[in-house]
Design a protein around this ligand. Structure first.
Ligand code: ATP
Ligand code: ZN
Length: 287
């Protein structure tokens, strides 16, 4: 019987490529020489990796040519294929937005009535227009959408934005957000039991990596008479670790802090007399 393997489709080159390969590496999955290849595999996890154009990934995963894939939600929803999202991955963040020439007045979505909209996302754009009872002409173009108004190809664009600087440089302003997007792990809907088990293993590792990214390990020295107050500030995983220091009257306190509350708590710790505060990244976090 051949050993079960998972086949994952990731972007061949482009904005998602590096983060996808990095995520696998952080999950402890070593890939054989990935440069200039269509596929590769891992020697220490039963995973085969296919490198594809991101636009093709939903189709391949629906068809079962690949079992799982990493793709932006923007592409996933545009292609509208039958797959299931397993996990949000937190990278490749962007939004699909409508932008109009900066000088143009825009009060509501009604301003789009009768306009020519250039986009690489005809399905999502159409859906947005329908939801808002607006009739407009959609011009599908595959790249450099933002220059369409400038060259008279369209009045308006519907395009991916992250910082907004590309729109700005092309004299456009963002007026509607159609979709907030990030990359996700998707799976084929008919995985067998053995594949599901393997996927569970992979997702477990991904979650540990994600959790670790949001947390820091903190070590500090505390005067014993302030220890109680200092410990009260630290959530820790269960409770902080407290060790006596060689110097009488002082202890070393170790704990884990989440990114959201991090700066707030550090300030308060200093105010309470904590010294020598060290903040260390966490590689994996399993709870
Ligand atoms: P491919 O050759 O694979 O089709 P592409 O040109 O369609 O590549 P990229 O520009 O590499 O795609 O973008 C891939 C994905 O990265 C997008 O679909 C989106 O999910 C995400 N992304 C994040 N920020 C941006 C951005 N500012 N502009 C475009 N895509 C972005
Ligand atoms: Zn693409």
């Amino acid at each position: 019987m051949s050993q079960t393997k998972l086949r994952i489709a990731i972007q061949k080159s482009g904005r998602l490529y590096e983060d996808s390969v990095k995520l696998l590496a952080e999950c402890g999955i070593d890939l054989r020489n990935v440069k200039d290849r269509l596929k590769t595999e891992s020697d220490n996890f039963p995973l085969e990796v296919f490198f594809l154009r991101d636009d093709d990934i939903p189709q391949y995963v629906e068809d079962g040519v690949a079992d799982i894939g990493i793709v932006g939600e923007n592409v996933l929803y545009e292609k509208n294929k039958q797959t299931t999202i397993v996990e949000q991955l937190g990278f490749g963040k962007c939004r699909l937005a409508i932008a109009v020439p900066r000088g143009q007045e825009y009060e509501s979505v009604k301003a789009l009535e009768g306009k020519r909209i250039a986009t690489s996302y005809p399905f999502l754009t159409k859906q947005f227009l329908n939801d808002n009872n607006v009739n407009a002409e959609i011009h599908e173009i595959s790249g450099s959408v933002e220059i369409a108004p400038g060259i008279g190809l369209a009045d308006v664009v519907c395009d991916l934005v992250s910082s907004g600087s590309t729109l700005f440089m092309n004299g456009l302003k963002e007026v509607e957000t159609i979709l907030q997007s990030q990359s996700v792990l998707i799976k084929n809907n008919k995985l067998n039991e053995a594949q599901q088990q393997l996927l569970k293993k992979l997702v477990f590792r991904i979650q540990a990596v994600k959790k670790a990214k949001r947390t820091k390990y903190v070590l500090l020295n505390a005067p014993n008479d302030k220890l109680k107050e200092i410990i009260a500030l630290l959530p820790g995983m269960k409770s902080p670790t407290v060790l006596p220091l060689a110097q009488e009257g002082w202890s070393s306190v170790h704990s884990v802090l989440s990114e959201d509350t991090f700066w707030d708590i550090i300030e308060q710790l200093k105010d309470k007399g904590a010294q020598g505060i060290l903040v260390v990244p966490i590689e994996k976090m399993i709870i």
